[in-house]
Design a protein around this ligand. Sequence first.
Ligand SMILES: [Fe+2]
Ligand SMILES: [Fe+2]
Length: 672
Amino acid sequence: MSESFQAEPTQKAGFTRRRFIIGGVGVSAVAAIGGTTVRAPRVFASTAPSGPPTTTIPLPTTTEPEQLLLTWGGDPATEVTVSWSAPGTVAQPAPTLAFSTQPITAHHAGWLVKMPDPRPLDVTERYGEAASVSFTDGLNGQTTYFYHVQLKGLKPGTRYYYQVSDGAHAPSTAGASFATAPHGRAKFRFSSYGDLATPSWDLNTSGNIWHESCDNSWFAVTAIENPGDGKGAPLFHLLNGDLCYANLDVNNAPGVWRDFGNNVARSAANRPWMPALGNHECEFGVDAMSGKPGDASGGIGAQGAAGNYWNGPYGFGHYLSRFLLPDNGVTNWDGNRLRGNFYAFQVGTVKFISLDADDVIYQDGAANYVIGTANTAPEKTTTGAEIPNGTTTYTRFYTGGLKLDAKHNSLVPDYASGKPNLQTIWLERTLAEARRDPSVDMIVVFMHQCAMSTSVPGNGSDLGIRQAWLPLFDQYEVDLVLSGHEHDYERSYPVRGYDAGSHGTVAAPNPGQTKGAAVDTRRPSVVTTEAYEFDGTPAWNTAEGTVYLVLGGGGTNGPTNTYGTDTADDKPQAKVITTRNAVVGTEAAGFSKNGADSIEDAPWSAAINPTDAYGYSIFDVDPGQHRGETTITFQYFAIPAVTNEAGAAHDGTTTLPSVPTEKFVFGRRVGK
Ligand SMILES: [Fe+2]
Ligand SMILES: [Fe+2]
């Protein structure tokens, strides 16, 4: 493992530089170093289900609170939102929240908040400080209930205890405690990964297996509560999209979300979990894209492949019901408030920005029904909804348009259209304010899809992100960009600007493209391949260039940690999505969907992990003494793959590593 801590070798003329490969080749990093053995409790003694249910599984009609979830309010030092849910399809009779700086007991009731009656999700409305929200799944008709209390005026750096109750005649309660963020320049720890999914059967509350279920999802949550270095749980966690893949279980999305909520609550009841929207948060349903009832007659099957197939606003109905996130203050062109779709918050000297890249990517969303067989029948759901073959979700530009600035191969808000892209406008304003703010040293962006990835079985790099947002990340010197989407690990060198000209080749043409043609992929330009050193640890100066981290190994059952190499010169190569990956075909012939259309040489790829797809990241922020001195020490802990789902190998046990596979320092003064 010692090679993980070496500074990267200096590039010499004539020296064929290879990417830094972390982990031991062919040997699990954990096997090599030992670690902490974790055994999950066994809930079900029965044998595993054979696979995901194909019919709708009823949800409980009990009301005891579960799926406890904390998120930051607008100011993490003083605002925390406490959320929870009823188990199933029955609202809690009289839910309440009690909170205090002392434990809640019979003799110390704390402050009491009584919840209002639930109202269906309506994102055109503003939320009160206490809100009860219901959401009816468009494809299976199940209604589930979420409760949110936005606590404000809390004391910074203070532990609060809370207890929620269903208010039943014989009430059921649940509770935990959390710490508010420290005020001002302070040390803190945060963690991150994306693509968590759900555990398998006997580790799920429901006992079911869902699409993408894997026990690593359970272990990943365990790891956040007890990171391998033994230095304690983080203050909060960043969850970089593809939360639970509920859109793959069209008859049971509420049930998948419930198992996700209960798995995550093992950590999220104790510390805020801050999500970003991914492609698997976008679900089929029966609404117009805005979330209004679909207006085509004859049901979903009559609405046509370009019709109304969304589960709530933009397909994000479950997500927006479940998470009440910091308010960006932006109202979309369709009248929806975009609260929670993208947002920012500050802890200590770091500004965090969560983006929804679904808005700018060329690739499609992840609710798809695309079958290559002729005359394939529509996918039918419990409610009688039918999804015709050839249907795919595509939400690009849902907050308004971007237009090409050909000179810079960039995408800028299209003001001439009258509906410019609101997320990009908000991003630029937020970045500009952060860089003007003397209390902000570093900016960390997290989102789901990747501007840079060399994964071969994964999705690849999306030119849409490069065109729309990388110019802003460059201009405002964003320090770190975290993503998921690829179920693996990858780290870039610091990059700034792009290598102008054609640096890609069309390999799998979309309609309108020619195989073998050159394509300008707006390839990010490497600033340096030589790390500095900070207290004996390799360090990158992020004032010189932004570092991109792919952290998509949360737990999903679909590793993609095979990485592209140009066989001609043995150098890194990436797939790039440069045009919409259109669905092509006909009802009579069947349909297919293209993947990434192009490839590029990828000198920006600094480190990959072919050994372990799974892992979690720990970031320790130290503000230093003066403005600009903040450093972030990053540790990546790989988690070995487990044999999931069924059979004797599914024993609910893993070994979590105690030594990181990578350790780096990021800062704006390092090396200076
Ligand atoms: Fe994913
Ligand atoms: Fe994804």
